[in-house]
Unconditional design. Structure first.
Lengths: 160, 81, 160, 81
């Protein structure tokens, strides 16, 4: 890292996106910043395990709070690890199976920093950013329940 | 103050947002007031363990003060990512 | 994961590549396989910290052994975690600062499996795949020394 | 058997590959033979802790047997990634 530390890039949008295009752009930015290690995470809409078929997913969010929550989470990651740039992109609205839902990317001089920061971003984003998923299947419509395992995952990062 | 509801809380209450005149000092007191209004509120707020609250767009606890607060939001645990 | 488990995709090439194009292709394959969580790691040529300026890097490898070592590492990751598809791409030959050197990508139904498998691939690839880096700087030419920290990182994955 | 050298081992010995007639039973014995050949070999093999060996393209130990082996490679610790 050449010491340049940029503001986290936060995107909240209904439009589909191409994870590859996002990574290309992020890689160019990371290279300029002197980073040598980049980690990305991409979440796709999956079919529901079991008998029912997912028609589509709807994601509701809390405009205003969403952006500030994602910015706080990204800034916390940049405080804990030497990562820059950092990107969080999350869609809301309607999305079909196999479409990308969200993506995070981190860049660092050190691979462990890039991995840990991306892992941290995902754990916090799952349980602390105001998004709610609803699944519309052949059998009906249901809000996705939060998993205890996601809440539990946050404990990994407590700094005691 | 503005009170916002998201996900199934919004569906149970039937509106995404409403203006509430209240003298409640804490979120907990606001919840008690809303519960007393109508059945749909009582249902939505039946189990506080299943709810989260944001005060002026920051995640908060139910004992948080409402002094000077402009916006309170109630919703289920988040499921992003 | 819908249970389809494909052979790891191993690419060893001198040509530059676009990490975004690789991730786009990998995402399409992962979506078809029913994966919802994708992790990628990309390594770029960095300038050397300090006074000297890196002109270029040369990577030597052991044709034949390289491919089989990378395949073994990928298969080990697929045995330890529920990841499929898995990709490892590594360049050899001459590369300039800011160019991508290598990339790994993993896909899973579970984000922790995807993260752990990618992290594991990187640790093993650093110390167990037959690549050797040489840096050509304004000050001369030097083989990059292996870091104790890289050898040490492997201990994280011992299964005792 | 074919003996291969990579990175600075290759540079010190001066060739990437050579055919070696040997009755060495282990890698260690092969190293002893090579060391005795010429100064450049003695230099390349001065510190075995700084070297790694692959036997038929598999990472091995220096006490590995050479029975039936077709290819041995010597090189410094890897620095990929």
């Amino acid at each position: 890292m050449s010491g340049k530390r940029s503001a986290p890039e936060i995107r909240v949008q209904p439009a589909p996106f191409d994870p590859g295009a996002v990574l290309s752009e992020f890689t160019a930015k990371a290279a300029l910043a002197g980073a040598g290690a980049l980690v990305s995470f991409t979440g796709l809409v999956r079919d529901i395990p079991g008998a029912e078929t997912l028609d589509h997913m709807e994601i509701e969010h809390y405009p205003g709070m969403t952006e500030s929550a994602l910015t706080s989470i990204a800034e916390e990651a940049m405080t804990r690890w030497a990562v820059s740039p950092v990107l969080i992109l999350h869609r809301f609205g309607t999305m079909r199976p196999e479409e990308p839902i969200m993506m995070v990317a981190t860049a660092s001089a050190h691979r462990q920093d890039a991995f840990l920061a991306a892992d941290f971003l995902m754990d916090y984003l799952k349980s602390r950013a105001p998004f709610w998923k609803k699944e519309v299947t052949t059998g009906g419509t249901a809000w996705v329940a939060a998993k205890d395992s996601d809440e539990h995952a946050l404990k990994r990062w407590s700094e005691d | 103050m503005d009170v916002l509801y998201f996900a199934w809380v919004r569906e149970r209450i039937g509106v995404p947002k409403e203006r509430v005149q209240t003298s409640a000092a804490t979120v907990q007191e606001l919840v008690a007031e809303l519960r007393g209004r109508e059945e749909r509120y009582a249902l939505a707020f039946a189990d506080l363990d299943a709810l989260r609250v944001a005060v002026d767009q920051e995640l908060s606890e139910f004992d948080a003060s409402l002094a000077g607060v402009r916006e309170v939001a109630f919703f289920p645990p988040m499921t992003g990512g």
